[in-house]
Unconditional design. Structure first.
Length: 492
C-alpha cells in the first residue's frame, strides 16, 4: 500500500545556508499510537494508507516518502533574554510541504526523528510524554479556535531515550503553516547577512502575507502584519487562561500560530502571576507578562528588518518604532473585545473594561477557577438562580454578589434576550480545557502502563470544548488539592 504525499518543497529551494539536508534516523519497531484522520483528509492524505505499516514507518522516520526533501532549519534565538546565535532544528526534520483543502501551504515535520547538525550534543529524540502533551494541547487549542500548529500523528519508536531515566521514545508529526520563527530572521541578522534577511522576508511575504507585496513599503507591511497577528494571538491565549511557558524568540512563529508546546499549561484558579515552567525561575513568561514579552520579541524582529527599511539607521529605527507602537492598541482591542464576549456584552461601552477587570480581581483574590467561572456565568446569564454555581467558586461568595449586580445592570442596557446572551457566552467560554492534572494522568498511564485509554478519552472531550458532554463532565472539574500540578517541564 503506497503512501503518497503530494510534496512541494519551497523552503528547501532557498539557499543552502537556510538549512541542513539531513535524513531522519531509522528506528527499531515503530507503532502508531494516534492518527489524526480528519486532519489527514484535510491535508489531502489517505488516512488508511498513513495507518498502514508503510505509513507508520514514514511517520516514525524509518522510511522517507517519495518527493520528500528532508531538512533541518537553521535559526537563532533569545532564550530567556540571552541571545544564542545558532540553535536550529535539533530534533525535528521537515519532510516537505503540502497544500491543504483550503489552499494553504502546510509543513509536515517529524519531531523527535534523530540528530541533526543543530543538535548541540543532544540525541535528537523525543520522549513519549512530551509528544503526548503537544498532541493534546495543540489539538485542544485548534478546537478552541486559537491559531496553532497541529498534530497529525504520534508514534512510539520501540526504543528508549535516556533522560533522567530511560523513557519510551516517540515521534510527533507536526503540521504548521510554516516553521519560520523570529529566530530565523535573527540567524541571518546575527551574521550581518542582509541578503539572507531579504530572501527570508520575501519568502515569508509570498507564503504568509501576500498583500504586503503590493504595499508601498513591503517590509514595513510585513512587520505590521506580524505585529497584528501576534497581538491577536496572545490576546486569545489570555482569554482561555493559557500560559505558553517558553516565549523565546525561537518559539515565536512568524505566521502567528502557537508553536512549541513545552512546559505550557492552562491555569486552574485565576492568578495573573502564574508560572508553571520549571525553568522560568524569574517569572519572565508568567501569564500576565505574555503581551509584554510578545512585544519584546517583535522588537527583536524589527531589529533584523532595519536594513530593509532604510539605509539610514536612525530613520529605519524611527519607522520600526511607529509599527511596534501599534502593538499595545491592537492587543488591548482584541483582549477587551474578547472579555466583552466572555461577559455576554454585545456592545462596547464606557466602564466595560473596569467591569471585566473587577471580576478578574475578585477571581484572583478568591482563587476562583478561571474556566469554570466564565462557563457558569454563561448559565447565570439566563437564570439568576444559577448564580449559586458561580458563587461557590469564590472563597468569599459575597465578592461575586457585588459584582453580579453591576453585571446585570450592564446587560440590562442591551436588547438581546437572556437566551441569546447565554448562547453567545457558551460559544466563547469553554467547559473543557486540557487541565494539567488530566494531561499528567494521560502521560503516566501511557509511559508506565502502555495504556492510551485516557489519552483517547481526553482527546474526545477536548475536540468539543464548548459542548457540555454530560457523560464526561468530570473532565471540567478543577483538580483536588492533591492533584494540582505546580510545575511543568520542557520536552528536551
Amino acid at each position: 500500500m503506497t503512501v503518497h504525499f503530494p510534496f512541494q518543497n519551497t523552503y528547501a529551494a532557498l539557499p543552502a545556508n537556510f538549512f541542513a539536508r539531513v535524513a531522519p534516523t531509522p528506528v527499531d519497531s515503530p507503532r502508531l499510537i494516534k492518527l489524526n484522520r480528519p486532519l489527514a483528509v484535510h491535508l489531502g492524505l489517505d488516512p488508511d494508507r498513513l495507518a498502514s505499516p508503510e505509513g507508520t514507518e514514514i511517520l516514525a522516520g524509518k522510511r522517507i516518502p517519495d518527493g520528500a526533501d528532508p531538512i533541518a532549519m537553521a535559526y537563532a534565538g533569545h532564550q530567556f533574554g540571552h541571545f544564542v546565535p545558532q540553535l536550529g532544528d535539533g530534533r525535528a526534520i521537515l519532510l516537505g510541504e503540502v497544500i491543504d483543502a483550503d489552499g494553504i501551504r502546510r509543513d509536515i515535520q517529524l519531531k523527535g526523528s534523530g540528530p541533526t547538525p543543530f543538535s548541540r550534543r543532544g540525541d535528537g529524540r523525543a520522549a513519549l510524554g512530551p509528544v503526548l502533551r503537544e498532541y493534546i494541547v495543540s489539538e485542544a487549542m485548534a478546537a478552541l479556535g486559537i491559531p496553532t500548529t497541529r498534530s497529525l500523528a504520534a508514534v512510539v519508536t520501540g526504543e528508549n531515550v535516556m533522560r533522567e531515566t530511560p523513557l519510551p521514545g516517540a515521534v510527533l508529526t507536526r503540521v504548521a503553516s510554516s516553521h519560520i520563527r523570529v529566530g530565523t530572521f535573527q540567524y541571518f541578522a546575527a551574521r550581518s547577512d542582509t541578503e539572507g534577511v531579504r530572501r527570508l522576508a520575501d519568502h515569508v511575504i509570498g507564503r504568509h502575507y501576500p498583500q504586503a507585496a503590493n504595499a508601498d513599503r513591503p517590509y514595513h507591511a510585513l512587520l505590521e502584519a506580524v505585529v497584528a497577528r501576534q497581538a491577536d494571538l496572545v490576546a486569545r491565549w489570555l482569554l482561555v487562561g493559557f500560559i505558553h511557558g517558553v516565549m523565546n524568540t525561537d518559539n515565536t512563529s512568524i505566521s502567528g500560530e502557537t508553536i512549541d508546546y513545552g512546559p505550557c499549561a492552562f491555569m486552574d484558579h485565576y492568578d495573573p502571576a502564574m508560572v508553571f515552567s520549571s525553568i522560568d525561575e524569574q517569572g519572565r513568561y508568567a501569564y500576565v507578562n505574555q503581551p509584554r514579552i510578545a512585544l519584546w520579541n517583535l522588537t527583536r524582529l524589527a531589529e533584523c528588518l532595519l536594513p530593509l527599511f532604510s539605509d539610514q539607521q536612525e530613520k529605519a529605527i524611527e519607522e520600526a518604532q511607529i509599527v511596534l507602537g501599534d502593538f499595545a492598541e491592537k492587543f488591548t482591542a482584541a483582549y477587551q473585545a474578547g472579555l466583552r464576549q466572555k461577559l455576554g456584552l454585545f456592545t462596547a461601552r464606557d466602564g466595560d473594561e473596569a467591569l471585566a477587570q473587577d471580576l478578574l480581581d475578585a477571581m484572583a483574590k478568591n482563587k476562583a477557577d478561571f474556566t469554570l467561572t466564565f462557563r457558569r456565568l454563561s448559565d447565570a446569564a439566563l437564570d439568576p438562580g444559577d448564580d449559586a454555581e458561580v458563587r461557590r467558586l469564590f472563597a468569599d461568595p459575597a465578592a461575586f454578589d457585588d459584582w453580579a449586580l453591576r453585571w446585570r445592570q450592564r446587560t440590562g442596557d442591551e436588547p438581546q434576550d437572556p437566551a441569546a446572551r447565554k448562547a453567545a457566552m457558551r460559544a466563547v467560554n469553554p467547559a473543557f480545557i486540557p487541565r494539567n492534572h488530566r494531561v499528567e494522568a494521560v502521560i503516566d498511564a501511557a509511559v508506565n502502563r502502555d495504556d492510551f485509554t485516557l489519552f483517547e478519552e481526553l482527546l474526545t472531550v477536548l475536540s468539543k470544548p464548548f459542548e457540555d458532554q454530560p457523560a464526561l463532565s468530570g473532565y471540567a472539574d478543577p483538580p483536588q488539592p492533591h492533584q494540582r500540578v505546580l510545575q511543568t517541564f520542557c520536552g528536551t
